[in-house]
Design a protein. Structure first.
Length: 331
């Protein structure tokens, strides 16, 4: 296993008392996997990633990362991993290429090799022509891609990417996706947090869902979607007064759940929604009820999050956050 953690806990002291941001996380990541670590804001994602990357110490629990014990050999862990944080890792006044080379030298990469690797990564991540530019003159998207170059420059076998595509335009995001797939093809293991559900769906072999500091779900994107109760179906009615009658017809369907009438529409979930529609529509038509529209959608990862956590991945509820500011002291 590239990562194996058992019972990871992180408690912070705050003005309001102790806050347990991570509550006994167990996880395992195999060599060569791309694993998405997802959850609502404040769920404990970044705190867990920072523990695994040796940036903060666990309050309790054990972990082996890239073959090294997290507590006994944190330096060994750091030598074997790449880490791209949410916030920038470059100095505003520094020259982009110098930052990359200096970072590689810290890992023992010879200067000439570091420059060659850096220029190759600049080309792959669409940063051509920016080698001698000051970091402060780069756009937000360019600086984000430069952060990624910094995390990859020493050719690590395990790469932590914390919201790597935030601030990138669609073309740059697609470019980075291909680069991530290429890293895995060369044997790297990727551990990634993201708020883009299409990104997790497209990239990840497996997804871990965390909420309130605990892992609440695990599986491939398709396996997680299968845990949601069927396809979503919404019927739009010409007359809102007919909604109770349509709801009654729907409730008689085998497997129909979450039947809700709202205004001139009736929504529900049912396995194989497309297959049940013909007989359902015939039953509705037999009652003389007119429909103006029908929608069927397969479960999405956002449906998974709503089912597992009661909120959307993109909910930004600061009051629910369990991840205190970094300046607070660990208990």
């Amino acid at each position: 296993m590239m990562i194996e953690a058992r019972g990871l806990v992180r408690t912070f002291k705050t003005r309001r008392g102790p806050v347990q941001a991570v509550q006994g996380v167990d996880l395992a990541v195999a060599d060569g996997e791309i694993v998405g670590f997802l959850g609502p804001n404040g769920a404990g994602k970044t705190t867990t990633m920072r523990m695994l990357a040796t940036l903060i110490q666990p309050t309790s629990g054990t972990a082996t990362v890239a073959g090294c014990d997290l507590a006994k050999d944190p330096v060994g862990v750091r030598r074997r991993i790449g880490y791209v944080p949410q916030s920038g890792s470059t100095l505003p006044e520094a020259i982009a290429g110098d930052e990359v080379v200096d970072h590689a030298r810290l890992y023992g990469v010879p200067k000439a090799e570091a420059a060659a690797r850096g220029q190759r990564l600049f080309e792959e991540l669409d940063l051509q022509g920016l080698w001698r530019r000051q970091c402060k003159t780069l756009s937000g998207g360019q600086r984000r891609r430069l952060d990624i170059v910094m995390g990859l420059i020493h050719d690590p076998k395990l790469i932590f990417l914390d919201e790597p595509t935030t601030g990138l335009d669609p073309q740059a995001r697609a470019n980075l996706w291909e680069h991530i797939r290429g890293l895995r093809a060369r044997g790297a293991t990727i551990f990634i947090t993201t708020h883009y559900l299409d990104e997790a769906d497209a990239l990840c072999d497996r997804i871990l869902v965390i909420d309130h500091g605990k892992i609440v779900g695990s599986g491939s994107p398709e396996e997680l979607k299968q845990q949601v109760s069927g396809d979503g179906v919404r019927l739009e009615l010409a007359d809102a007064a007919q909604a109770p009658a349509v709801s009654k017809i729907v409730r008689e369907l085998d497997g129909a759940v979450e039947v809700e009438a709202e205004g001139d529409s009736v929504g529900f979930r049912i396995p194989r929604g497309g297959a049940v529609l013909p007989s359902l529509l015939r039953s509705i038509d037999a009652q003389g009820i007119e429909l103006t529209g029908v929608e069927v959608h397969r479960p999405t990862l956002d449906d998974v999050f709503l089912t597992m956590t009661g909120r959307s991945l993109r909910d930004d509820d600061a009051t629910a956050s369990t991840e205190p500011a970094e300046k607070e002291v660990a208990a």
